[in-house]
Design a protein around this ligand. Structure first.
Ligand code: PLP
Length: 427
């Protein structure tokens, strides 16, 4: 499979190169040249397939012959190694829980898949690849875990000092081995800026790549979730509406890809916190990115969503077509807390702030009689323990995955300027 740059100023390239390089030489995001729908027979009989078989059917055309079938199946088995349950919270609404992986965030799937692909592609190469990633919290932990022990790959994670939760900080600073953390004196945007500068710096001769959702190997496996949800819910005989709590819009964009593959999805709702660049765009047709604002759903504090350009491509840059299939609404922290309370009092279900934003999106959309809503629950409530326990009359039990790291020792190098990152990378 070939990929082209959405800025159209670079040659087409292979899946391998798209994964190894992250973005195109013209700084554009890569996009697959073809998207061939899956057979109707497969979709109609989805209940007869295991999750591994479904994932293989969904991803194989995007990898092509660049990874042998047997190897790809192995990679999928390591990636899809936990459950993705749907839990009903209302007559016509279910939560799709994506947080049962090793770091309890949905990014575990993309991070693991990408790590495995990179290890495979780099196996005959003596040079190591350095994965550079900026995190506002969840990405760092998932990438650290997904890449731990990956041969030929070093990982450098930049995170804003004091702006990630204790658990998140432990997840990205305590693993050791090939995982290094830089604690940046600044906000997430500063970390992101430092990473971008490093990619453009000609004096850094190391091979650098990114593990943000701009990388096709992190973005595309997220299609799996929508197929798994369809497998669980198609028996409702209702049309599915997905609400995806969105930050960089990679996850929802993968959902739209799943729809392109023929998965029957009625409508998408991109639910955001007050970082409302996309909701505003749908209203007034002007895309006006802004600096991010801090919220209680901090994994979505993104002012300039990197994957939105892929969504526009999927709708041929036709805003009217986009508006028919896709809505986007923004919610405040107060609304988010109220939603957490409402969900809990009516069903006993404990949602994290991101899931609650997803739930609000379904409510605002207004499900019709023949529709069933699914909101993606992207993080376990324990990842946002303070907010959850301040908002709801519950105490969240710390799961095994998390207990294991709480007593480990944090190891991080302080950085306050781009030069600090550069020095770190150069020696
Ligand atoms: C990353 C993240 C999101 C946003 O996903 P995007 O693909 O960037 O839109 C939502 N919730 C949680 C918990 C996340 O970690």
């Amino acid at each position: 499979m070939n990929y082209y740059s959405l800025l159209h100023n670079s040659p087409k390239t292979t899946f391998k190169n798209a994964v190894v390089n992250g973005i195109a030489p013209d700084r554009g995001l890569y996009f697959p040249e073809n998207i061939a729908p899956l057979s109707k027979h497969f979709i109609d009989h989805i209940s007869e397939y295991t999750n591994h078989e479904i994932a293989f059917e969904v991803i194989k055309q995007f990898v092509g012959d660049e990874i042998p079938e047997e190897k790809l199946k192995e990679i999928i088995a390591k990636t899809v190694s936990f459950d993705f349950p749907t839990v009903k919270v209302d007559d016509n609404i279910a939560s799709l829980e994506l947080f049962h992986g090793p770091t309890m965030a949905f990014k575990d799937v993309g991070a693991k898949f990408m790590a495995q692909c990179l290890e495979y592609f780099n196996k005959d190469n003596d040079d190591e690849v350095t994965v550079l990633v900026a995190t506002s919290g969840d990405t760092g932990g998932a990438v650290a875990n997904g890449f731990l022990g990956t041969k030929g790959v070093n990982v450098v994670i930049l995170y804003p000092s004091g702006k990630v939760s204790d658990i998140q900080e432990k997840q990205l600073t305590t693993l050791g081995q090939n995982i290094k953390a830089l604690e940046v004196n600044g906000v997430f945007d500063d970390c992101q800026e430092m990473v971008k500068t490093a990619f453009l710096d000609k004096e850094i001769t190391k091979t650098l790549t990114s593990a943000n959702s701009i990388n096709v190997a992190r973005w595309l496996p997220q299609m799996f979730y929508f197929f798994f949800a369809y497998k669980a819910l198609h028996k409702t005989q209702k049309e599915l509406v997905f609400s995806v709590p969105s930050g960089n819009f990679g996850n929802i964009c993968a959902g739209i890809m799943a729809q392109k593959l023929g998965l029957p999805i009625k409508h998408f709702v991109a639910s955001t916190n007050i970082n409302d660049t996309v909701p505003n765009y749908l209203v007034n047709g002007i895309y006006n990115p802004k600096p991010s604002k801090a919220t209680i759903s901090n994994a979505m504090d993104v002012g300039n969503p990197s994957n939105f350009i892929r969504i526009q491509e999927l709708f041929n840059n036709d805003i009217e077509a986009l508006r028919r299939a896709f809505s986007s609404y923004s919610f405040t922290d107060d609304e988010t807390r109220s939603a957490m309370k409402k969900i809990h009092s009516s069903s006993g279900y404990v949602s994290d702030p991101h899931g609650a934003v997803g739930y609000l999106g379904l409510k605002k959309y207004g499900l019709k009689e023949n529709e069933f809503g699914v909101f993606l629950e992207t993080a376990h409530p324990v990842k946002f323990l303070d907010v959850v326990e301040d908002t709801l009359p519950v105490s969240v039990e710390i799961p095994e995955q998390i207990r294991g790291i709480m007593n480990r020792k944090k190891i991080a190098t302080k950085a306050s300027s781009y030069q600090d990152l550069k020095d770190f990378l150069m020696n």
